[in-house]
Design a protein. Structure first.
Length: 102
């Protein structure tokens, strides 16, 4: 299995998981707004916000990386995109842990 095949599988799996988490997150937000199951859904939203961001970044970066490799881009751009995505994920984790009421 080549790197591009593995990347294609990661992209497809991350897209499915991201879609499931995003739809459940939006549905939980609507249900909380209407007053249904608030303690359970608030726990759900607090628990799965970091995996939602992680799968979204995996989906986006894997798609972007595969597009850049199809056009034979410069390797430094690949490193820049990976570094920016890691910094974005770490900033979301920091904000989530530093300010839990946001």
């Amino acid at each position: 299995m080549s790197l591009m095949d593995l990347l294609k599988h990661i992209h497809r799996a991350a897209g499915g998981i991201f879609l499931f988490l995003l739809l459940s997150y939006v549905a939980a937000g609507f249900l909380i707004q209407n007053g249904y199951l608030q303690p359970v859904l608030i726990f759900w939203m607090r628990l799965f916000d970091i995996p939602l961001v992680l799968t979204g970044l995996l989906y986006g970066v894997s798609g972007l990386y595969s597009q850049l490799n199809q056009h034979k881009s410069h390797p430094t751009w690949n490193a820049v995109f990976i570094a920016v995505s890691i910094l974005l994920f770490l900033s979301v984790v920091f904000l989530n842990l530093a300010f839990p009421t946001l």
